[in-house]
Write a protein that binds this ligand. Sequence first.
Ligand SMILES: [Zn+2]
Ligand SMILES: [Zn+2]
Length: 204
Amino acid sequence: MDSRDPLIWLLILCFFVIFVLLYKFIPPLFKCPICKKPSQDILIYSNRKRKRFCRDHLLEEFKKEFLNFNEKMVVFYPSLESKVGPYVYHYQAISDVPKKLREEKVGQMINQALNAISGKCSKCGRPANIAYFDPGTFRWEVMKSGGVEWDLPKFDEITVDPQMVCSHCVIDEIIYSLRNFQGDFGEGVGLPYNGRGVFLPGIV
Ligand SMILES: [Zn+2]
Ligand SMILES: [Zn+2]
């Protein structure tokens, strides 16, 4: 037996302990730039830069950017309240969606919904810029990944038509869901960018 073996194992053990300690103790050291509270939520800006915030300030930024974005969007209610796990709520610009996905069932549904946006918001009369799939529109399906069971959104079963609304009439409902998410947005809440697109919850 090689005499260096115990040393190698000791080194591996040290690296493992350091890794676990970093993983456990570093995230709480990130501070929200606004209130200095610990922050584990990440907001992804339209230029794809990522910034950490506490939940309250992330949602404040999200609201501001969401209301300022005037392109047409398909918005799925996040349905993330009371969920735990590596969930995200992201915007996907249509120009970034591969042609193959756009031609699939969900892609076609999103495209149809986008093309249907016109006229006035059904709630307040402002111009409508959102086709909104509201709470309860889709169900979650339990999928096993890496030995763990996760709920995944099942968009391909949707049969209802979206509501035509403006961003002012849906933002509070979306924020309610994101605020009550029980995990961390470690992989982010993605802000809208690059023209018309779709907001949807997912898992990383
Ligand atoms: Zn804060
Ligand atoms: Zn409205």
